[in-house]
Design a protein around this ligand. Structure first.
Ligand SMILES: [Zn+2]
Length: 503
């Protein structure tokens, strides 16, 4: 009987082994539901807490609440104390700012578990990582793009009027991430494209920062090194990809690499000289679960690939980010900042892979009206800073939401102050939209009035370029292009925000 017992124990041991191995892997709600429904907010909440409990690598934090009071979760991965080892690189990935772009959240939740597997632990030798899987839980529950205040969160990173974007930017301000990725979906099935006879078909599209005021080194490394890397990474894992180029169809609308505006997730971090990207997976056609497994895995693979790149090029990225940020913080006064830009051609034809509605197959189309290059139309010299009237509560509050350095102004005699006078209010084409474009005259401000009633916002800070873009009246990305700040601009009157120049 003794040998029988040994055999029995042996058998039990073997049959338990796969069970134990299986239970170590926590199954995501999407997999549990067999890809037949998207993950609800409640399922997401229990899942991230489950992952938190099983791993020391991961800590889940609530960084804020949505309009309807749902939690915004940040999953913080670190093999040490988060953010305290200066040799590591700090990376932020956030998904589902748009509630009807479900695969970003699903991919992030897959990634959340994949990162806890032993074969991926090497990443955290060099990376402190934060994953925000769901930026817009209210929109997600209703499967709609906007948040519960009907705001488009991905146009809200400059004015920061919504609790969701305020929470994310506060998280950014806290850790000053050196690399970031904003995850979305694109919907290629529109009427104009059907008429055109083709549609986009890449599983993933990836875009870099394009605002001219982001450091050139970051923009170059992103375009010349990161894009080819991520394309290959995705293709090696059987996902097609292409550079992010929303808009079109070709020759109906020109093709560009999206906006240079700094109000979205990608550029709002990019303008602080962050190595920053957007990734958009292909949405389902008219059913949110169509092809959901492939979509979620494609998104997860793109995020995982970004971490791989950051791991491999950690020192390069850290160096160019540090030197770009040093320049912002020291605030090179007199530096030219582009506040009006446009997309232009460079003689290149874009060969874009598209799915043909005629033949039902993938093909490649030549795009003639391709405008990949951003050029400046209007520069201003960076001042030492700005004075904002203390009585302009909305501007003061805006500066506080951004945690801008803001001090009482002391006229020490080393400054002079400029004021714009608004002669006329014209308009300018901004990527197909019309925005205000005042004609201005610069006047020297009487010295005596300068000291009282104003707060000083120095341009020498990490958000220095953001400040210039926000506060200059001729900026096509400025605060006055938003409804709540439009009243600051009045024809025939002085502009209330003053420029401080070093003598
Ligand atoms: Zn989106």
């Amino acid at each position: 009987m003794r040998s029988f017992h040994i055999i029995l124990l042996f058998l039990i041991g073997f049959s338990l082994f796969p069970l134990v191995a299986f239970s170590q892997q926590t199954v995501s709600p999407l997999e549990k539901n067999n890809y037949t429904k998207v993950t609800s907010y409640d399922e997401l909440s229990s899942y991230v807490h489950l992952l938190d409990e099983k791993s020391d690598l991961l800590k889940v934090e609530i960084i804020g609440k949505s309009v309807e009071g749902r939690n915004l979760y940040a999953l913080k991965y670190s093999s040490s104390r988060f953010g305290e080892d200066p040799s590591k690189i700090r990376v932020l990935v956030f998904a589902q700012q748009h509630g009807d772009e479900q695969s970003g959240k699903e991919g992030a939740l897959l990634l959340a578990e994949v990162l806890l597997r032993p074969e991926n632990s090497y990443l955290f030798d060099k990376i402190d990582f934060v994953l925000v899987p769901q930026m817009n839980p209210d929109g997600s529950e209703a499967n709609k793009r906007r948040n519960a205040n009907d705001a488009d969160l991905n146009r809200n990173h400059l004015i920061l009027s919504e609790p969701e974007t305020i929470a994310l930017q506060a998280l950014f301000d806290k850790y000053l991430f050196e690399a970031s990725l904003d995850v979305h979906e694109y919907w290629p099935y529109g009427e104009a494209w059907i008429k055109y006879g083709y549609r986009k078909n890449a599983d993933e599209t990836v875009g870099t920062t394009t605002n001219l005021n982001v450091s050139k080194e970051i923009r170059e490394l992103s375009g010349e090194n990161y894009l080819p890397f991520i394309k290959k990474y995705l293709s090696d894992r059987k996902f097609s990809s292409f550079e992010y180029c929303p808009g079109g169809p070709p020759e109906v609308e020109y093709i560009r690499h999206s906006t240079f505006d700094i109000n979205d997730g990608r550029q709002s971090m990019g303008i602080q000289n962050t190595f920053s990207f957007i990734q958009e997976g292909k949405n389902g056609k008219d059913d949110l679960i169509e092809n959901l497994k492939h979509r979620a895995e494609g998104q997860m693979t793109g995020m995982r690939g970004m971490l791989e790149y950051v791991y491999l090029y950690k020192d390069t990225i850290k160096n160019i980010v540090a030197s770009g940020r040093k320049k912002l913080i020291s605030g090179v006064s007199g530096e030219e900042i582009s506040i009006q830009s446009e997309h232009v051609r460079n003689g290149m034809q874009l060969r874009i892979p598209l799915f043909s509605y005629f033949s039902g197959t993938d093909s490649v189309i030549n795009v003639n009206d391709y405008r990949p290059v951003v050029i400046s139309l209007y520069d201003v010299k960076k001042p030492a800073g700005y004075l904002i009237p203390a009585q302009s509560a909305e501007v003061v509050e805006w500066a506080r939401r951004h945690s801008l350095i803001m001090t009482p102004f002391k006229d020490t005699g080393e400054w002079y102050i400029e004021q714009y006078f608004i002669n006329a209010v014209d308009s300018i084409d901004f990527e197909g939209d019309i925005v205000v474009n005042p004609s201005v005259t610069v006047r020297q401000f009487p010295d005596s009035i300068a000291a009282t009633g104003y707060f000083f916002i120095p341009a020498a800070q990490l958000k220095g370029n953001l400040v210039v873009l926000a506060l200059e009246p001729k900026s096509m990305l400025g605060l006055i292009t938003y409804k709540n700040y439009a009243h600051l601009l009045k024809k025939g009157e002085p502009f209330p925000i003053l420029r401080v120049i070093k003598k």
